[in-house]
Design a protein around this ligand. Structure first.
Ligand code: NAP
Length: 291
């Protein structure tokens, strides 16, 4: 595994597994199998309502807790709950997480961020992060934080490379973790001819070329998958290096275009929604209401 060093000196694996929209059963098996294959970074969230299952997957993998870099996110409904971090740890079945985000710039996000800072100081989170804080929200939070975050998690892929945001991140040494790294599985992106061509050159699939591009951009990447073959392929991206010329070819795809367009109305809805934290929850229905 390759690592990036965070602005507080902690190493973080560059590739991990995401669990967005995975049912508890799928999340448990994907996490268990991924960790057995050599993954060590797992990303979940209160809102994915699969944290208990992710915790079970980690334990079933047989890996020692300290061998797993576990990332999760507080949902806005929890920002003013003083026990939010502890309840999150309890669901996961761990004493600490490696990375704790606030998930959305919705509701009382400053209260949420203060909870992250407290958890960080108390050793319940080894690193902290902000998710979906772009534009005006990034400007605002910079004036408020006591501890700068180690990570930001935002949409990023070859069609949308976060050029503007990265200028700010560089000032603070904040690392970017890409969500929708494969365009949420969009065939248009995966089937771009440049990825097939580079795949032939290196003996890799187009998806592997895209994921390698993320890591060479300096991003940590957390592709989601229910397919064991994809999960295996997505880790097998560190034994080749895209040349500067390859990276230039891929850079031509940057259209500055996102897949996901969040509106202010959605942010207001996010603030009102409380996840149902039970294993009976149906993430597709739940998060689907607000996504
Ligand atoms: N902070 C946020 O607001 C936020 C938002 C969205 C996502 N996230 C995080 O980011 C993670 C990744 O996002 P995502 O899962 O939505 O999108 P993604 O990783 O870009 O794409 C997932 C899709 O790609 C397919 N796929 C995965 N590996 C593949 C491969 N090797 N070849 C071909 N297709 C492949 C998957 O299908 P198969 O199941 O068939 O493999 C799935 O349909 C999430 O799981 C979550 O942890 C965070």
């Amino acid at each position: 595994m390759d690592y990036i060093t965070l602005n507080n000196g902690i190493p973080c694996p560059v590739v991990g597994i995401g669990t967005f929209m995975l049912s508890p059963a799928d999340a448990e098996s994907s996490v268990r199998e991924a960790l057995k294959m050599g993954y060590s970074l797992v990303d979940t969230a209160n809102a994915y309502v699969n944290e208990r299952a992710v915790g079970r997957g980690i334990r079933e993998s047989g890996l020692l807790r300290e061998k797993v870099f576990l990332s999760t996110k507080l949902w806005p409904s929890e920002y003013e709950n003083p026990n939010a971090a502890d309840e999150t740890l309890e669901r996961l079945g761990v004493d600490y997480v490696d990375l704790l985000y606030i998930h959305q710039p919705a509701g009382n996000w400053l209260a949420g961020y203060r909870q992250l800072e407290k958890a960080y100081k108390e050793g319940r989170a080894r690193a902290i992060g902000i998710s979906n804080f772009e534009g005006k929200y990034m400007e605002e939070i910079q004036t408020e934080w006591e501890i700068a975050p180690q990570f930001i998690q935002v949409e990023a892929h070859p069609y949308f490379t976060q050029t503007e945001l990265r200028k700010t991140l560089d000032q603070y040494g904040i690392r970017l973790m890409s969500w929708y790294p494969l365009g949420h599985g969009d065939k248009g992106l995966i089937h771009e001819p440049v990825f097939a061509e580079l795949g032939r050159k290196y003996g890799k699939t187009p998806a592997q070329v895209i994921l390698r591009w993320h890591t060479q951009m300096g991003f940590a990447v957390i592709p989601g998958s229910r397919n064991v073959d994809h999960i295996r392929d997505n880790l097998d991206i560190l034994d080749f290096t895209l040349t500067d010329e390859d990276m230039t070819q891929i850079a031509k795809l940057d259209k500055g275009e996102r897949y996901y367009h969040r509106t202010d109305e959605q942010l207001a809805q996010f603030a009102l929604w409380k996840p149902e934290f039970s294993d009976k929850a149906k993430p597709h229905e739940q998060y689907g209401l607000v996504k």
